[in-house]
Design a protein around this ligand. Structure first.
Ligand SMILES: *Cc1c(COP(=O)(O)O)cnc(C)c1O
Length: 359
């Protein structure tokens, strides 16, 4: 099967095999060495010298960790939303009793840094702003560097969901002064689902020490303190650390600049290939993601049926739309372990699927 969904993504054979290695003591020297290498490697990709926590959780676990460690009940926060994953931050802050002020942009549009700056300035009582870098549900990459300028320029604390961009699209955590940055193993990292990454600035520690929300499993201070001893507070997904160790080796061998260039090239190819089939891309031009492409289904075509035919007849696994866009879109993932051949085969399979649906 050609798995072209925006996560989980295909795992290279070498990475899968690495995960099959003999189990080790998670409090022993082998694990400490792997933990050290993986932490260093992930920090390089985040382009940060900040602390990094590696959680055994999916990406949403990292989002929850960001919220419970930095936001207190009753606190007003600003949540920027351009789609379903922005809404997840909204849900999370609500669940934990915070009072989110939503800055919403229409689906398919990017977040506008100027409008964010206006809302931030109009709300001096708000300390924290939460934003999605790459909105996987609509295929949008937000202008994070400019958003960070607006938020950090106003002296606020910035939490970034970079789950479906980090390791595929450049994110410069330190140069852009991002306080908390999140990613997850099953997106660009070429690893099975189950590990999540959280980097945190010096200021983050100060904010954590004042946050009154209870936390236990997702306590980031515990994670950072344990990491200093080459451990995690709780039993980690050891086999996924084995996979990460290998995947980082592969990313380094390719070179991050080449990894980013490959994602851009595949993004361009998928966009032009799908448009040449007469399809309409959903996201605003200029902000289209290099990790996932969202496509409007042609009139009269049922998304579920299109995905079913693509899968059963042509071996192509596509994602549907999410939330209110469920029946309007399909999504083609091109992040992580993705070859030119997988892109070409995927485009050819979409063409054949459309032909088949017409007849
Ligand atoms: C995948 C994803 C998440 C996390 O989803 P999980 O299923 O919990 O891993 C969060 N944000 C974005 C932008 C994502 O693409």
């Amino acid at each position: 099967m050609n798995l072209r969904i925006p996560g989980p993504t295909p795992v290279p054979a070498e990475v899968a095999q690495a995960g099959a290695a003999e189990m080790v003591d998670h409090r022993g020297p082998e694990f400490a060495a792997i933990m050290e290498r993986v932490t260093t490697g992930v920090k390089e990709v985040f382009q940060t010298k900040n602390d990094l926590a590696i959680l055994t959780a999916s990406g949403s676990g990292a989002m929850e960790a960001a919220v419970v460690n930095h936001i207190s009940p009753g606190e007003e926060v600003i949540v920027v939303t351009v789609g379903e994953f922005g809404k997840r931050f909204l849900d999370l802050t609500n669940v934990y009793g915070a009072r989110p002020i939503e800055v919403a942009f229409e689906a398919g549009e990017p977040a506008d840094p100027n409008r964010i700056e206006e809302v931030v300035k109009a709300n001096p009582q708000v300390q924290t702003v939460l934003v999605t870098h790459n909105e996987t549900s609509t295929g949008i990459t937000n202008p994070l560097k400019d958003i960070a300028k607006a938020v950090k320029g106003a002296g606020r604390f910035l939490i970034v969901d970079a789950i479906s961009s980090l390791s595929s699209i450049p994110v410069e955590a330190d140069a852009w002064d991002l306080d908390v940055v999140l990613s997850g193993s099953q997106k660009g990292w070429m690893v099975a689902p189950g590990l999540a990454f959280v980097s945190m600035s010096e200021r983050s520690k100060e904010v954590q020490s004042k946050t009154t929300t209870p936390r236990f499993y997702l306590d980031l201070k515990r994670a950072v303190d344990s990491a200093a001893r080459g451990q995690t507070p709780w039993t980690p997904a050891v086999s996924l650390f084995f996979q990460m160790d290998k995947a980082i080796e592969l990313l380094k061998a390719e070179g991050m600049e080449n990894v980013y260039a490959r994602h851009h090239r595949h993004g361009e190819r998928v966009r032009s290939g799908l448009q040449s089939l007469g399809l309409t891309l959903f996201a605003r031009e200029g902000y289209r993601s290099d990790t996932v492409t969202a496509v409007l289904v042609p009139d009269g075509v049922d998304v579920a049926n299109l995905r079913k035919v693509a899968r059963s007849e042509f071996g192509l696994v596509l994602a549907g739309g999410q939330g209110p866009l469920a029946s309007k879109l399909f999504r083609f993932g091109h992040l992580g372990y993705c070859t030119d051949e997988a892109v070409e085969d995927g485009l050819a399979a979409v063409a054949k699927t459309l032909e088949k649906l017409k007849s």
